[in-house]
Design a protein. Structure first.
Ligand SMILES: NC(=O)c1ccc[n+]([C@@H]2O[C@H](COP(=O)([O-])OP(=O)(O)OC[C@H]3O[C@@H](n4cnc5c(N)ncnc54)[C@H](O)[C@@H]3O)[C@@H](O)[C@H]2O)c1
Length: 380
């Protein structure tokens, strides 16, 4: 096998522009961009002119003719399942942005097909690869905060297009198949299940608090769009072992300084800040022997490494394909996360508590990648 993974991107939009194209340039010791595909072929060409590779306007044509080992699926959510399945059927490894699929049964199909074809599916969001996740798992597994009894996850924003700087038309984020649940929940749920394993059951409420919104920037700037998927979701969940949690996720929070996750244990509390990255972690301890109590910031080794970046999922795919390393952000965990999201809709509609059928067992904390490097996205 060559020492670089040949990547074809499908979906030349914001995520490609902000994360994945720069990653192929700055991490060119591991990655080689050989193709970019978009229904807007002019945009694909704009990107290949800048970053290299061949432009395509049709996905199947790219899969058939481009010189690629793997496809990065960076399109709107409703297209993910079909594009992932088609890539696997064409014998390509896959990176897929969140969510892997819309429905749990499709997620199971992806797991089975990837196993059958012996291909890797590297799943965003990248939380499992982040040095902060490793540190969090280490602290919890060593019992620093004791037995965790209560979890609070807050993973809401005001949604794409609500801030200045949208390069594309983000209206589709508010349409069926997308929405805050499908876009935002994964960050908190990958972090949670990577730490404590699968969720047993949940109860949810979902509503649309902002039925009409004006897009603030990008090509859709000034247009009013009607949301046809809930933008405000609140969930209560049961992890088993008498541990309960709450989660809010959606597009109704303009700003907050609340932690994205709080863990309340018998011996202390951990607060985590940041969505796809752990930007800060705080620990509260109350030591009964010394009567010393208080908050401290937790050091996070490796925060400068490339594993702390959003497209680290490309690196983990390269490690898996080129070096045979285990993929720590694989589709089994995401299938469980997608079942959680699906069961939120079931519970919100029925008003009943719903059990999950799938489970997930996280890897040990020291299996997560560790690297301390100077090249902060090539800027050092
Ligand atoms: N926007 C963000 O802040 C952000 C951040 C992290 C991850 N993501 C994820 O990245 C993915 C893409 O989001 P985005 O923000 O880049 O969206 P976007 O709308 O900016 O880009 C999507 C691109 O896909 C193209 N496309 C649509 N249908 C296609 C088809 N059939 N074949 C080929 N190309 C097609 C569109 O023309 C567009 O260029 C989503 O899964 C999203 O959740 C987005």
């Amino acid at each position: 096998m060559a020492d670089r993974l040949k990547i074809g991107i499908v979906g030349a939009g914001a995520a490609a522009r902000w994360y994945y194209l720069p990653a192929t340039r700055h991490w060119d010791d591991r990655l080689q961009l050989t193709a970019v595909c978009d229904v807007d072929e002019a945009r694909a060409k704009q990107f290949t002119d800048e970053y290299g590779g061949a432009p395509y306007g049709d996905y199947e044509t790219m899969l058939r003719w481009a010189d690629i080992d793997a496809v990065a699926v960076l399109t709107p959510h409703t297209l993910h399942m079909e594009q992932v399945i088609t890539a696997l059927q064409a014998g390509k490894h896959v990176l897929v942005e969140k969510p892997m699929t819309e429905r749990f049964e499709d997620a199971q199909r992806v797991v089975e097909l990837a196993e059958e074809k012996a291909l890797h599916v590297s799943c965003a969001p990248p939380n499992m690869l982040h040095p902060g996740q490793r540190r969090l798992m280490e602290i919890v597994s060593k019992g620093v905060i004791g037995k965790i009894n209560l979890i609070k996850i807050s993973q809401s924003s005001m949604g794409p297009g609500s801030r200045p700087g949208a390069p594309t038309d983000f209206s589709w984020f508010y349409t069926a198949g997308a929405g805050g649940m499908s876009s935002m929940a994964g960050y908190g749920l990958v972090r949670l299940t990577g730490l404590l394993g699968g969720v047993k059951s949940l109860s949810a409420m979902a509503t649309t608090s902002i039925p009409e919104r004006v897009m603030r920037d990008g090509p859709a700037r000034g247009t009013t769009i009607t949301a046809d998927v809930p933008d405000n979701n609140v969930i209560v969940f049961d992890m088993g072992d008498d541990t309960l949690g709450t989660m809010d996720t959606g597009y109704v929070v303009m700003g907050t300084e609340a932690p994205s996750m709080s863990l309340f244990g018998s011996e202390g509390t951990i607060e985590v800040y940041g969505g796809d990255q752990v930007l800060r972690m705080r620990l509260y301890r109350d030591d009964w022997d010394t009567n010393v109590d208080g908050w401290q910031d937790v050091d996070i080794p490796g925060l400068d490494s490339r594993w702390a970046m959003h497209p680290a999922t490309l690196l983990s795919l390269a490690d898996a394909v080129l070096d045979g390393k285990p993929l720590l952000n694989g589709p089994r965990q995401l299938a469980h996360v997608i079942e959680f999201i699906e069961k939120v809709w079931v519970s919100a509609e029925s008003g009943e508590r719903v059990n999950l059928t799938s489970d997930y067992t996280p890897p040990p904390w020291d299996a997560l990648p560790m690297e301390v490097r100077e090249d902060r996205f090539g800027l050092a």
